[in-house]
Design a protein around this ligand. Structure first.
Ligand SMILES: O=C(CO)COP(=O)(O)O
Length: 250
C-alpha cells in the first residue's frame, strides 16, 4: 500500500518568523495517521522548521538543490548542506524552475542523483504547458520528462521517488485538472515507470497531482486509483487550509 503524501510547496513565501508561527498552528493537527505531511519551505526557514518538527510526524523539505556537493556556484545550496540540516525531502524540476531558471531534463536528472547521494527523497515534478495540452502532447511530454528524470537510477531508488504531475496551466490559476483527467495522466506515468523498472517498482512509486488543489477538491483526487497525494502551492500557506488538506487525504 502506498502511503498518501500531502506536500506544501511554499515557493518564495514566508519569513522565518512566519514559518515558525505557521508550524505552531499546524503541529498536532496536520498530523493524521496514515498520511504523510511534508512542508517544503524556502532555505532560510529550514533550520527553524526542522527544529520545530522534532517529535512530530511532519517532514520538512527544500524546494531545490544544486547537483554538486560544493564549489564555485554563487547563491546555490547543495545536498550536503540540506542533509546536515535534517531535511528529508527536496522538490526537483518544478515547472517554475524549469521555466525561470532554465532547468533542463538533464539538470533535473543530475539533481535527483545528488538527492539520493545524500539520503534526500526527491519530489520530481513533470507536466505539460497549455499549448502542449492543446496540441495533444500531454502524455508525450510527461513520458519524456519522466524517462529523463529516472535515467541511471536503480530500481530501489526509483521506488523511493515521489513524482508530482503538475500540468502547468493548472498551477496558481484556479483551473484544476479534473480528477479523472489527472488519473488518466498519472496512470500513464505509472505505466512509464513500469516499462522502465517493472510492475513492482511502478506499484511502489507515489505519484501526486499538483495544480490548484484546495481543501474542497483534495478528496476527489485522492479517490482515484493512481493518485497518491498532492503537491500544493497557494492552499498550503494558511494553517487551517493546510490542516484541511492533510485531513482530506485520509
Ligand atoms: O505549483 C504548485 C505546487 O508545486 C501548485 O501551485 P498551486 O497549488 O498554487 O496551484
Amino acid at each position: 500500500m502506498r502511503k498518501p503524501i500531502i506536500a506544501g510547496n511554499w515557493k518564495m513565501f514566508k519569513t522565518v518568523s512566519e514559518a515558525e508561527s505557521f508550524f505552531t498552528e499546524v503541529k498536532g493537527k496536520a498530523e493524521v495517521e496514515g498520511v504523510e505531511s511534508v512542508i517544503c519551505a524556502p532555505f532560510t526557514a529550514l533550520p527553524a522548521l526542522v527544529q520545530a518538527a522534532k517529535g512530530t510526524s511532519i517532514a520538512i523539505g527544500a524546494q531545490n538543490l544544486h547537483y554538486e556537493d560544493n564549489g564555485a556556484y554563487t547563491g546555490e545550496i547543495s545536498g550536503v548542506m540540506l542533509k546536515e540540516l535534517g531535511v528529508k525531502y527536496v522538490i526537483i524540476g518544478h515547472s517554475e524552475r524549469r521555466a525561470y531558471f532554465a532547468e533542463s531534463d538533464a539538470i533535473v536528472n543530475k539533481k535527483i542523483h545528488a538527492a539520493f547521494k545524500h539520503g534526500l527523497t526527491p519530489i520530481v515534478c513533470v507536466g505539460e504547458k497549455l499549448e502542449e495540452r492543446e496540441a495533444g502532447q500531454t502524455k508525450d511530454v510527461c513520458k519524456g520528462q519522466t524517462e529523463a528524470a529516472f535515467e541511471g537510477l536503480s530500481a530501489a531508488q526509483a521506488a523511493e521517488v515521489v513524482i508530482a504531475y503538475e500540468p502547468i496551466w493548472a498551477i496558481g490559476t484556479g483551473k484544476s485538472s479534473t480528477a479523472a483527467d489527472a488519473q488518466d495522466v498519472i496512470g500513464y506515468i505509472r505505466g512509464i515507470v513500469a516499462g522502465l523498472y517493472g510492475e513492482a517498482t511502478a506499484e511502489a512509486v507515489r505519484i501526486q497531482y499538483g495544480g490548484s488543489v484546495k481543501p474542497n477538491n483534495v478528496a476527489e483526487y485522492m479517490g482515484e486509483a493512481d493518485i497518491d497525494g498532492a503537491l500544493v502551492g497557494g492552499a498550503s500557506l494558511e494553517p487551517a487550509s493546510y490542516i484541511a488538506l492533510v485531513e482530506g487525504a485520509k
